[in-house]
Design a binder for this molecule. Sequence first.
Ligand SMILES: [Cu+2]
Length: 460
Amino acid sequence: MKISRRHFLAASAGLSLSALAANNLKLFNLPNSAVKSYELIAKPFDLELMKDKTSQVWGYNNLSPGTVLRCKQGDTLKVRLVNQLEEQTTIHWHGMRVPLEMDGVPYLSQLPVLPGEYFNYEFKCVDAGNFWYHPHEGSTGQLGRGLYGAVIIDEAHPTDFTHEETLILKTWHLDAEGKFTPFYVKQNAAMEGTKGSFTTINSINVPTIELPANQIVRLRIFNVDNTITYKLKLTDIEAKIYSVDGQPLTKPWDLAAEGFLLAAGQRIDLAILTHHVKKQQLILTNNDDEQLAIFNVKANQKTNAAEKWPSPLPANPISIPDISKAETIVFNFGWVMGFLENPEQEAGYQFWQINDRAWDVQDITCVERPIATLKHNHHYIFELRNASPFEHPIHLHGLPFKVIASNKKEIIPHFADTYLLDGFETAKIALVADAVGTWMLHCHVLEHLEAGMMAAIKVV
Ligand SMILES: [Cu+2]
């Protein structure tokens, strides 16, 4: 069922956005500080991704990744999105706790921004860390063509890091001429998704990045890909993970010898000390064999930061779930195998389900049928069960969660906004439902989302 914009306005008239905002005020009750304003113009432009080939990408302000939005924890971010695309769009602030009406979900948070229109986003940045922005509309194509960017919220007080780099990972769907290949292929969408073939960091294939010696370096690594989980390793140097999804780890983790799985949508802060590097060249790899970036460590006379691992980053003000009083809700991530026997059937567009229900991206009334209703400020455990052999990075809007258990992996409890659910894995995440509103729970393999793997969770 398709519903007109007028219908949405009529339906939402009874719903007071200011009342919703008031409910969220507690979250945003930080001391008043600066306001940072940006304009993001979404439009197509030509970009040389492959040498001597032009790709017609979409970006913000003729950039892909778009402008880095940056301010300090507690500041207000004001962003005007101007739509100069030929289709409607929105912006979702991945991992950021914003009021529902700023969350960018079309027909739930706001009307889609039509070609030629603009929309003003404004919210307080309550958490420090690495977040990102992207459309929540036409996801495979809009993100696939390059619409995304980083949001970096600096900690309220200085950290021990003395140098930083932002690395945004994506594997583009391009042919040998630099032209886009399909982002959504039914047969792949029913399985692990359609992978691109040309991997870049900040839109450069295997960039060489200069790092000064004698520094405490913070690598902010983002996975904005439609599909791929990268298995990250850094050669010839010890590295530690300081945050996952922008949320600091109480005790930083060693980057394991077998690498770290960074799923679609996720971010980490990776720390290295460039004091006594074994080699002047450090290589960031995916799956051992694919080079992602080369770091050249250059002598630097300027500073002499102590050769000491930095203190953990300060925790964000997230409500801590109390497992002893939490109610458990089970979510089954299902797979309709019938599709594979008859790949031509149109019903194949809904072969992913959560608790036996497929989301239809064409039917805006889905937002009116939440899959679970939570009581405001109550504690919950979500048991996430994967009934398929394919992995699903499960992302929840509005409510950061604590990862607490898995039947397949050893879990060190930590906060995140996306959990990589392995094939046939059952995992547990815990949260306090401290933000009133309707929040999306979905897989960040974007073809899975568009083929049904999305649901609404309501907090009342
Ligand atoms: Cu999935």
